[in-house]
Design a protein around this ligand. Structure first.
Ligand code: G6P
Length: 610
C-alpha cells in the first residue's frame, strides 16, 4: 500500500525518485507525486493515474535539486485525484510529506487543527500530519523533533518521509506498521518502503522498526526512536540484484514469475533435503527435536494466496505429521479471542512479510505466548524479523500483484516442514525418502507443465469472454481450486468461484448451463473417481469442462471439453504442479481481455493497511 522513496546526496534526485517509485508501483498505482527542493524553493508535482501521468507532467517542467521525496499511492482516504496525491504540504507549502498507512485519529486531529485556524485542502488522512508537523515547527522545533512530536499525537500506522525548506538537505523518515528502509551509499542516503526501489544504487540497508525514525543529510544519518532516544541499527547486505526485479524479456512480471517457478522451488529446497535419509533440515526453526515433538497443535495464519498455501499445509501436516492444524484468515484471528494454549505452534505465511493483518495476528499470537514461525519470502521483512524463527522460501523478488512463484514455494516449504515434523514423529524412513525424492523431481516436472503454455493459451482464447467460472477440486486440490479462482478474479475481473467438488451439489450446480466454464482439478489420487462423477454431473447440465489431469490419463477426455496435463507426483505435492496451468490460464485470459496484468485495478501487492 503506497510506495515511498527519499534521496539526499549530490546528484539530481529526480531520476532516483521516479525510477524508485516505478519499482514500488506494485504497492499502489492510482496516483503519484514528487517533491524536490530547488534553488527557487520546495517544488511539488503530482498527478492522478499511473506514474506515466506524472512523467508526462514532469516533461513540461521538472524540478531539479539534490534531495527530495516521492510517492506512489493506493488510496484509502480520499479519491485518487491530483489534489489527494502525495506529497502533502503545510499551510505555507514549505514542508512536504509522503505517507504510507492510515492515521486513525485524523478526524479528531483535523478538527483540533481547524479550530486553531489550519485550512485543509485534501480529503486525505495524511494532510493532518503535515499540519501537525508545521504546528511544532512553528514552536521553533527542528524538523526531527517536530516529526517526533507529531507522531506521538497520532494513532494508526505510518511509514513517512518528510522534508522542509527551513532545514536544507535534511530528510526524516519514520515507521510504525508500514515498512521503511534506509539505504546507505557514499555521501548519498535513501529512504524507501522496500529495497527494490534502491537496490540499483546500494545494497547496504537498515530496516527501521516500529517507533523509529531516521534523519538523513548529505553528511550522514542517525536513527532514533520517535522519543529521540538514539538507536544503533545493524547494517544489512542485500543479496539480490537489479536483474531479479526486471522483466528480463517477458511481457509481464507475472509471466516471468510463473516461468521462474522451477528455480524458485529449487531454491526453496536447496540444502534442506536429505535424499538418503528422507529428512528435511530447517535450521531457522530454532527448535530442538524435543521441542518439535512437544507441539500439540498448529495454527496457520495468512491472507489471500498465502492463506491458500496454508490450507494445503493443513492437509499435509495433519496427514503426515499427525498434528491437528487450523488455518485462519489473519484478519479474523486478530479480532477474536482465539485459544492459543501451551503446545500451540503458530505458522505465519506471507510473501511480503509486511501484510498488516498477518503481522498484527502474529503479534497477537506471540502476546498470548505462542511460539511463532514465519514462512516468508522477503528477507529482512517485519514478519521475518519479529517471528521466533522460520523458513525463508527464497523465491526471489515477486513483483506481479498476483502471487505465483511465492505460492508454489510456500507449498514447497510446507512440504519440507511436513517432512521434518513427520520424521520427528514416527514417519518411516522409507516414506520420508519417497517424499524427499518426489520433491527433488519437482523443478523438472514444473518445466514440463510450463511447456504446455500454448495449449493453455488456446483454451484462454476460447473462454476469455465468459462472465463466470467455477473451479472445483477435492482434497489437496480443493485449495488449488480456490487459488485458480482467485488468480482469475484478480487479474481478469471475471467472477470466479472455487469450491470443493462435492459441495457443488449444495449450491453452485444451480449456476451451471452451456455458458459456464467449469475447471476441474482431477489428478489421479484417492478422490479421482469421485471427481470424475462430479464432472459427469456438470456435463449432464451442459457445463463446459476444462480438466487438469495427470499425464497419461486419456479416460478423462471422455468427460471434458479440454484437458491440460500435469506430471504425476505424490498427492501432497500435486498442487505445486496443478496450480501452474491455472496461473497460465488466468494470465492469458487477462491478456486477451486487455487487462493490466501486473497492476490490476483496486489491488496492491503488499497490503499494509487494514
Ligand atoms: C495481497 C496480494 C496477494 C497476496 C496477499 C497476501 O492481497 O495481492 O497476492 O496473496 O496480499 O500477501 P502476503 O505478502 O502476506 O503473502
Amino acid at each position: 500500500m503506497c510506495g515511498i522513496v527519499g534521496y539526499v546526496g549530490h546528484r539530481d534526485c529526480l531520476p532516483v525518485l521516479i525510477e524508485g517509485i516505478k519499482r514500488l508501483e506494485y504497492r499502489g498505482y492510482d496516483s503519484s507525486g514528487v517533491a524536490v527542493q530547488t534553488p527557487q524553493g520546495l517544488e511539488i508535482v503530482k498527478a492522478a493515474g499511473k506514474i506515466r501521468q506524472l512523467e508526462a507532467r514532469l516533461a513540461k517542467g521538472a524540478p531539479h535539486g539534490t534531495y527530495g521525496i516521492s510517492h506512489t499511492r493506493w488510496a484509502t482516504h480520499g479519491e485518487p485525484t491530483d489534489v489527494n496525491a502525495h506529497p502533502h504540504t503545510d499551510e505555507q507549502g514549505t514542508l512536504a510529506l509522503v505517507h504510507n498507512g492510515i492515521i486513525e485519529n485524523y478526524q479528531t486531529l483535523k478538527n483540533a487543527l481547524e479550530s486553531e485556524g489550519h485550512v485543509f485542502r485534501t480529503q486525505t488522512d495524511t494532510e493532518v500530519l503535515a499540519h501537525l508537523i508545521e504546528k511544532y515547527l512553528k514552536r521553533g522545533y527542528k524538523l526531527e523533533r517536530a516529526v517526533g512530536a507529531a507522531l506521538r499525537d497520532v494513532k494508526g500506522t505510518y511509514g513517512i518521509a518528510v522534508m522542509c525548506a527551513s532545514e536544507p538537505g535534511v530528510l526524516v523518515g519514520a515507521r510504525h506498521g508500514s515498512p521503511m528502509v534506509v539505504g546507505i551509499a557514499d555521501g548519498e542516503y535513501y529512504l524507501a518502503s522496500d529495497v527494490a526501489a534502491i537496490v540499483e544504487h546500494t545494497r547496504q540497508v537498515i530496516y527501521l522498526d516500529d517507533g523509529e525514525m531516521a534523519v538523513l543529510s548529505p553528511d550522514g544519518f542517525h536513527t532514533a526512536t520517535i522519543d529521540h532516544e538514539r538507536v544503533e541499527k545493524e547494517v544489512h547486505d542485500v543479496d539480490w540484484d537489479l536483474s531479479q526485479i526486471e522483466k528480463g524479456g517477458y511481457e509481464h512480471f507475472m509471466l516471468k514469475e510463473i516461468f521462474e517457478q522451477p528455480d524458485a522451488v529449487r531454491n526453496g529446497m536447496r540444502g534442506r533435503l536429505n535424499l538418503e535419509e528422507g529428512l528435511a533440515r530447517l535450521g531457522g526453526l530454532n527448535m530442538t527435536p524435543e521441542q518439535l515433538r512437544e507441539i500439540k497443535r498448529i495454527i496457520i495464519l495468512g491472507c489471500g494466496t498465502s492463506w491458500h498455501a496454508g490450507l494445503i499445509g493443513e492437509y499435509m501436516l495433519e496427514e503426515f505429521a499427525r498434528i491437528p492444524v487450523e488455518v485462519e484468515y489473519a484478519s479474523e484471528f486478530r479480532y477474536r479471542n482465539p485459544i492459543v494454549d501451551e503446545g500451540t505452534l503458530v505458522l505465519v505465511i506471507s510473501q511480503s512479510g509486511e501484510t498488516i493483518d498477518t503481522l498484527a495476528a502474529m503479534r497477537e499470537a506471540r502476546r498470548k505466548g505462542a511460539k511463532v514461525l514465519g514462512i516468508v519470502n522477503v528477507v529482512g521483512s517485519t514478519i521475518a524479523r519479529e517471528s521466533d524463527g522460520g523458513v525463508y522460501i527464497h523465491a526471489g523478488p515477486e513483483i506481479g500483484v498476483a502471487s505465483t512463484k511465492a505460492f508454489t514455494s510456500q507449498v514447497t516449504v510446507l512440504a519440507l516442514l511436513t517432512l521434518a515434523l513427520g520424521r520427528n514423529r514416527g514417519m518411516s524412513r522409507d516414506y520420508g525418502i519417497e517424499i524427499a525424492r518426489e520433491m527433488s523431481q519437482l523443478p523438472e516436472k514444473i518445466e514440463r507443465v510450463l511447456a504446455t503454455d500454448d495449449a493453455v493459451k488456446r483454451i484462454a482464447d476460447l473462454y476469455q469472454s465468459s462472465n463466470n467460472f467455477i473451479y472445483l477440486g477435492r482434497g489437496f486440490q480443493f485449495p488449488v481450486a480456490l487459488e485458480g479462482a482467485l488468480k482469475l478474479k484478480e487479474i481478469s475481473y471475471i467472477h470466479a468461484e472455487g469450491y470443493p467438488a462435492a459441495e457443488m451439489k449444495h449450491g453452485p450446480i444451480a449456476l451451471i448451463d452451456e455458458s459456464m466454464p467449469v475447471v476441474f482439478i482431477c489428478t489421479r489420487d484417492s478422490a479421482y473417481e469421485k471427481v470424475v462423477s462430479n464432472m459427469q454431473e456438470v456435463r449432464a447440465r451442459k457445463g463446459r469442462i476444462v480438466a487438469i489431469a495427470t499425464e497419461g490419463d486419456t479416460e478423462v477426455q471422455r468427460n471434458a471439453d479440454h484437458v491440460l496435463y500435469v506430471p504425476a507426483t505424490i498427492p501432497m505435492l500435486q498442487p505445486i504442479l496443478s496450480v501452474i496451468p491455472l496461473q497460465l490460464l488466468s494470465y492469458h485470459v487477462a491478456v486477451a481481455r486487455g487487462c493490466d496484468v501486473d497492476q490490476p485495478r483496486n489491488l496492491a501487492k503488499s497490503v499494509t493497511v487494514e
